[in-house]
Design a protein around this ligand. Structure first.
Ligand SMILES: [Cu+2]
Length: 254
């Protein structure tokens, strides 16, 4: 549990850069699919409408009679372009689809594993669901009903349940994972903005399911450190050990 790395609470440089949050990844996947889907839809519908109108049946009066070869029922069309249009449209579609698959899968693989940041320790918090609430347990043993995390830091959750199946999620931060008794599932997130969010239960678990809402407090990094260093009294562990733990969270070796 404890990270016995000798750090000091004061003097830990603040983490300046920001990590790509899962919420941003999902956002870009959504945007790309929305924009591409809309563009392809508009193109296909416009092209179809235009040609349906252009080559419509004018009742005997056919201005394209000698320019185009009308398809005949039961016969393969022998168009003038020699299938070039079909080749290009299939080729371009295949290219778009394959690139989308590759890009989406690599984005999701990033969300699956999370980033690795050189010289920085992720924060590990155990989340235990129960009827009806959530308990957040920190590396120093501190247990709370509010999830406090620092801004712009990789937070890794180990989620389980004390009783029945629950499902832990913070909708605004796009975190969601099963909370099952006897099993541990993992999830991670970073919160680029400070503020209060909500953690909820996503699996109907009984009469109090809808009240399984816990506040998620995203704090500035220095405030978080201060708060965390002050939690050592609440879990009965020896002060020295706890402050080493407190300091080691997200710290850079002194
Ligand atoms: Cu629940």
């Amino acid at each position: 549990m404890g990270h016995l790395v000798p750090h000091t609470v004061v003097g830990i440089p603040l983490h300046g850069g920001s990590v790509r949050a899962p919420a941003d990844v999902f956002e870009s996947i959504f945007e790309v699919f929305l924009i591409l889907g809309t563009a392809v839809g508009i193109l296909v519908v416009t092209y179809t409408m235009y040609h349906a109108l252009k080559y419509r049946d004018r009742g005997g009066d056919d201005p394209y009679a000698d320019k185009v070869e009308r398809p005949v029922m039961g016969e393969m069309p022998a168009s003038g372009s020699g299938g070039r249009k079909v080749f290009y449209s299939f080729g371009i579609s295949a290219l778009i689809v394959v690139s989308l698959i590759v890009w989406t899968y690599s984005s999701l693989a990033y969300v699956e594993d999370g980033p690795t940041i050189e010289g920085e320790e992720d924060i590990h918090i155990t989340v235990e669901g129960y009827r009806f609430g959530w308990a957040f347990i920190y590396p120093n043993g501190h247990e709370a009903s509010t999830l406090r995390v620092p801004q712009n830091w990789v937070v890794r959750l180990e989620v389980t349940s004390r009783d029945v199946f629950h499902n832990f999620g913070i909708p605004e931060l796009r975190v969601k994972t099963d909370a099952m008794p006897g099993q541990t599932t993992e999830a991670w997130f970073t919160a680029p903005e400070t503020g209060t969010y909500e953690a909820v239960c996503y699996e109907l678990c009984g009469s109090g399911h809808s009240v399984m809402v816990s506040p998620v407090e995203v704090m500035p990094q220095d405030e978080y450190r201060e708060w965390y260093a002050g939690t050592n009294g609440t879990n009965g562990t020896n002060g020295t050990a706890a402050s080493v733990d407190a300091a080691s969270v997200g710290g850079v070796p002194a």
